[in-house]
Design a protein around this ligand. Sequence first.
Ligand code: NAD
Length: 499
Amino acid sequence: MGLNNIKIRKDFGKLKNWIGNKEVDSLATNFIELHTPYTGEVIGHVPMGTSADVDAATKSAKEAFKVWSNTNIKERVQVMFRLKALMERDFDELKQLVSLENGKTLAEAQGDVAKAIEVLEFGCSIPNKISGPMQEVSNGIYCQVIKEPLGVVASIAPFNFPIMVPMWTIPIAITVGNTMVLKPSEQVPLGSMKLAALMKEAGLPDGVLNIVHGGADVVNALCDHPDIKALSFVGSTKVAKLVYGRSAMAGKRVLSLGGAKNHLIVMPDANIETAPAQIVDSAMGCSGQRCMAASVMLAVGDVEKHIDGMVAYAKSIKLGEKQGTIINKQSVERINKYINEAEKMGAKVLVDGRNMKPVNADMTNLEGGYWIGPTLIDHVSADHPAACEEIFGPVLSIVRVKTLEEAVKVENKNPYGNAASIFTTNGAHAQYLFRNANAGMNGVNVGVPVPREPFGFGGWNDSKFGNGDLTGDQGIDFWTQDRKITTKFIEPQTRNWMS
Ligand code: NAD
């Protein structure tokens, strides 16, 4: 792994917006540097767009909506079938782009693209899922529901899955007939631009997908724009709340997915062969920068052997080979601060990723990159920041508890509610978690319990603001509105209150 293995260009110049199926200069006067987290080297410059950019993209999407929404869904979906073929053709390049801009290992980047394709496959199935119900509700009177698109919609993405998160929304929102303005994270804008080019090649008409680069100004303009009917957001809780409130005030339908602090309960009866590696992989995979990563392990009773296994496995992970980078320098500082503070407050650092250097002979200049190795901290108290706040790094805080009930109480106290998992071979323990955990996505012997299609993705509490889920069948509901039709062509022989 490493920059030398990434065989694509590494200078992307000044990025442009994507409007009307072509690159268009941003109206921004301010550009920020785009770094590869491997080395900290500058690989491009990203415009910090303005409300005028959002306006131009929305105009293009609004115009395209007139034709796209009237194109039959069986025709619309053909673009998605062709996109799947093109994503498979360019799988390697997509994977390398993700690795370059986000710092994932190539294996992790492969997962990002593969999961995006899975959502796309779901998008391809929508024409067979979307037929609404019809019933004769009274003699000769029929009620029917038709799912219709909303209009221009917006999708705002975070840095941690440059291809997958935009693809949580694109195949569903666009196949059902909406047109879109996408705002990728300014830290990983390249994957989205490649997707847009592939969609054009797949035959997506001009203006159906538009991209505006930038930060808070672009997000605020999307929330406020009167021609944008619905908006999805994925990112931190602080911003998710702001976006939810601002968009709702502007009368939009909004689903805003926020941050997480995921708990993983380990029972003494957990499989000693498989659980330790799975637990560590959940916490350290993608350098802990997954909203579904285990962040707190609730160790119930005597699980010393499991912890020994975790320590051995975590120490075997080679930074720069099996584990990639942190997204930026500020994040490295934030994560290290949590580890330092936990240690100061008496926790024991069992595996220390601070100052760990990547190992790989073929890599150059990696000292400038943003690295933290796998970190396991034991005896963290349940109310310590490392056990309560989102760290978003390769750090697992182990909190010792005596019983399963106590473990669930700790989990319940947390304001987030994305994932909660249990490692056990006892069905009753698993049932207890389902009945009592205050989190939307639960796992049994699964460290990263992401629901796969057709099931929807979304947490509870401070991990999600708004109704429904973003992907799967619930995604179709979010991106459509129901038209309810009542018809009568034959006069009934006897009239009643309904006729
Ligand atoms: P972030 O909230 O900093 O940024 C997300 C998006 O919001 C970006 O496009 C960014 O440009 C924009 N933004 C940033 N600050 C803003 C502001 N003040 N006003 C308006 N817009 C703003 O998140 P991130 O650091 O890119 O991503 C990591 C976070 O995303 C973590 O908290 C993680 O848990 C969360 N996440 C959640 C899910 C989920 O499904 N719940 C999935 C992936 C990531």
